[in-house]
Design a protein around this ligand. Structure first.
Ligand SMILES: *Cc1c(COP(=O)(O)O)cnc(C)c1O
Length: 367
């Protein structure tokens, strides 16, 4: 049988997949899991009722394929986003990861490239790999910021087919100025580069942070992606979406699998959107808790980045893995994002964050 140390080596895998390991934050059973940026508040009862009712109505017709064009859902998403968008501008898939994959299937692929600015979302290189797209790791300033000048200069230097801008950026937490998005878009004019702004955390941005949705008008190569996994507290439902020119949404029909959004997924998302006010009510609480983590970590002498998201990236002034383990030993799971001297923690409920802050303080007192 297979060598257990290298179980995949005997398979005729694609050369570019050999030796790769799958994406995966550890799914450990711990009291306080603050490692994957979920909204840790449970789904409110009113929304549970609405989803149950709508899925119940769908169940009897699960013998039929779903609405392939999920028109009702696209309309509901357009209504939620506003900005004069209609269902023609909207597209959805099973999480924004599938959205990004479909974008690369349509605009990337063999012989093409995608540029992003690291450190950023760790799925980008893996989505590039899976679609045979070359991943170009652009860089950021020492403090992880990205200026319009640096970003546009890198776009001109690499002439990529696609650019991924993560704003607010995961894992560092800070939103990009719209000047960066504008400059990158203009720098990509000569090469017809598709510019994707991944706004998975947009609902958590600090007051006055504008969305790239405001730039869509007149920019046919711009795509703004969102998800229901974070602010909407529906990570388990798998629903991501984008807004763009209608031609971009039409292009996705060339690469999506037929009936990729199940009737159950559509029913769940529609019910959730009908109650978005209730679902998003936890966002203000999470933002307050996020700011509390930033303040408290500063008080303890650590260096957190300013955050527009539901997580905090911080310099721990010591060995990151050692601190990660010390927190886990105290029942708190955070994320070691592989950046030396830094960790990332999701802002959970008040009680979860108290447990995290106490574990940090305890660790610092003995280290
Ligand atoms: C969590 C996250 C996503 C969302 O993934 P889903 O597939 O929608 O759950 C997308 N982009 C970034 C940067 C994320 O952190």
């Amino acid at each position: 049988m297979n060598d257990p140390a290298a179980p995949l080596d005997s398979l005729p895998l694609r050369d570019d997949l050999r030796g790769m390991s799958p994406y995966g934050a550890p799914q450990l059973q711990v009291a306080v899991a603050l490692n994957t940026n979920e909204n840790t508040h449970p789904v409110p009862g009113e929304v549970v009722e609405a989803i149950t009712q709508r899925v119940h109505e769908t169940a009897a017709s699960l013998n039929r394929y779903p609405d392939r064009d999920f028109t009702d859902l696209r309309r509901a998403l357009a209504d939620y986003l506003g900005h004069g968008l209609t269902e023609d501008n909207l597209w959805a898939a099973n999480g924004s990861n599938e959205i990004l994959q479909q974008i690369l299937q349509a605009f990337g692929g063999p012989g093409r490239s995608v540029l992003s600015f690291v450190p950023t979302y760790s799925m980008y290189p893996l989505l590039a790999l899976g679609t045979g797209t070359e991943f170009i790791a652009g860089d950021r300033a020492e403090d992880f910021s990205l200026s319009a000048e640096s970003a546009s200069q890198q776009v001109r230097a690499h002439a990529p087919d696609v650019v991924f801008l993560c704003s607010p950026n995961n894992p560092t937490g800070t939103a990009l100025g719209l000047d960066v998005v504008r400059a990158v878009y203009e720098a990509g004019e000569a090469t017809n580069t598709v510019v994707v702004v991944d706004e998975a955390y947009a609902e958590f941005a600090r007051f006055g942070t504008p969305s790239a949705l405001t730039l869509l008008e007149g920019r046919p190569r711009l795509i703004v992606t969102r998800t229901m996994s974070k602010a909407f507290a529906l990570a388990g439902a798998r629903l991501g979406y984008f807004a763009a020119a209608r031609e971009v949404a039409d292009a996705m029909r060339l690469v999506r699998l037929p009936y990729h959004l199940s009737s159950v997924t559509q029913a769940t998302a529609l019910a959730a959107l009908a109650h978005h006010g209730t679902l998003l009510a936890t966002v203000e609480d999470v933002k307050m808790q996020r700011d509390r983590i930033v303040d408290e970590l500063k008080r303890m002498g650590l260096t957190p980045a300013e955050s527009d998201s539901n997580f905090v990236f911080f310099a721990c002034h010591g060995d990151a893995h050692e601190m990660w383990q010390a927190l886990l030993d105290r029942g708190v799971l955070v994320r070691d994002v592989g950046i030396p001297g830094h960790l990332r923690v999701t802002a959970g409920t008040e009680a979860e964050n108290t447990a995290f802050l106490e574990a940090v303080e305890d660790h610092l007192s003995v280290r």
